[in-house]
Design a protein around this ligand. Structure first.
Ligand SMILES: Cc1ncc(COP(=O)(O)O)c(C=O)c1O
Length: 367
């Protein structure tokens, strides 16, 4: 018997996390963010789980991701918002599939009007300096928005959104104030949106004053903490992703022998290496070697030597490990296995990056 090598996503955890987030932020609603293949968890399957949990809104980066959800069977009773667009995006395919674009410029709004998109959200930049109209562009954008109703356009401004930098509480508050300025500016031209949304997971969970009508949560729904220093369990969340691998081979090495490329590790004693078939081609950083642990049979063992393209080495000492045994790289730490945050900290990054960068070729299943 060989253990499963790949990503297992716990559907019940997704549903429980959705319920937790929805109850924390109520009466605000939730846009379940499933961009980037649901942060590596599988966009369609996760979208379906969130819809089954009660989600009425899904959020993605671009129209391609939104169309893939519709093609996969997410019906038009579920709203899909997409906020990052190629310069040549004409929005006709968005209109045809009832996808709501969030537009960031006069050009994008005009294009959406031409495409007869029924509803758009305006994206205003309040300090992230990424997507969204910056404050100096607001007068022209708002003037066009304000003229739509009188011009007989089919397109209506349904929502206004911005995105936080999560730099500090005062910075978040300043962005909140900038959003209020944008809403005031829109009101002067007669545009009062049905929904305003600013907060992603971090603010949704911890800054009630910034929740507005909807929050756009991604990481929290996958059961991971958006806040370094606060664990999933402390937030009432369950990590949905477990990564496992099967022991492919057992290699005896003698004290002093080098392990893997460049010999960044030498065996300190006679020992046994377990080889698993996941490497940097699958999204596991080469630098994880000598910095993280895995769990086998409830015990922890270190990953040693450089992670290779398709493999990594685990020093299992004289433990009774056999070919085919299950190796847990990370999962829900409440079950005693390493947390993904340990892998993130090992290479100086955040949990988001570790899960989202997993290779699309890594097998994935829902449990
Ligand atoms: C515009 C926007 N909204 C919401 C989110 C979800 O963020 P989080 O995963 O922190 O909840 C993202 C993700 O980066 C985003 O880009």
């Amino acid at each position: 018997m060989s253990a499963f090598t790949g990503i297992t996503v716990d559907r019940e955890a997704l549903i429980a996390n959705y319920a937790t987030v929805a109850s924390v932020v109520a009466p605000a609603g939730v846009i379940a963010v499933v961009k980037a293949d649901a942060y590596g968890h599988g966009a369609l399957e996760c979208a379906q789980a969130f819809v089954d949990a009660g989600a009425e809104w899904l959020g993605v980066a671009d129209i391609d991701e939104a169309l893939a959800l519709r093609a996969g069977g997410i019906g038009d009773d579920v709203r899909i918002l997409a906020w990052l667009h190629a310069p040549d995006e004409d929005f006709r395919r968005a209109a045809a599939a009832d996808i709501t674009p969030a537009v960031s410029s006069v050009e994008q709004l005009a294009t959406a009007v031409d495409a007869e998109v029924p509803r758009v959200h305006l994206v205003v930049d309040t300090g992230l300096s990424r997507n969204g109209a910056v404050e100096s562009e607001w007068p022209e954008l708002f003037a066009l928005a304000g003229s739509l109703a009188a011009s007989g356009a089919r397109t209506r401004i349904e929502g206004v959104m911005s995105h936080l930098s999560n730099a500090s509480e005062p910075d978040d508050a300043a962005q909140g104030a900038a959003l209020e300025r944008a809403l005031a500016g829109l009101a002067t031209v007669g545009v009062v949106p049905d929904v305003v949304h600013l907060a992603a997971s971090a603010a949704a969970l911890s800054l009630p004053s910034l929740r507005h009508d909807l929050v756009r949560t991604g990481i929290a729904l996958y059961g991971l903490s958006p806040v370094p220093g606060r664990t999933s369990a402390e937030l009432g969340l369950r990590p949905a992703m477990t990564v496992t691998a099967s022991v492919l081979r057992l290699i005896p090495v003698r004290a002093g022998e080098g392990v893997s490329y460049g010999y960044t590790h030498r065996a300190e004693r006679d020992t046994t290496l377990a080889i698993v078939g996941l490497g940097y081609a699958d999204g596991f950083d080469r630098a994880f070697g000598n910095r993280v642990d895995v769990a086998i049979g409830g015990r922890r063992f270190p990953v040693v030597g450089r992670v290779a393209m398709n493999a990594m080495h685990i020093d299992v000492g004289d433990a009774p490990v056999a070919v085919g045994d299950e190796v847990v790289l990370w999962g829900d730490p409440a079950t005693g296995v390493p947390a993904v945050e340990e892998w993130a900290a090992a290479i100086g990054t955040i949990n988001y990056e570790i899960v989202a960068r997993l290779g699309r070729g890594v097998p994935r299943r829902m449990s």
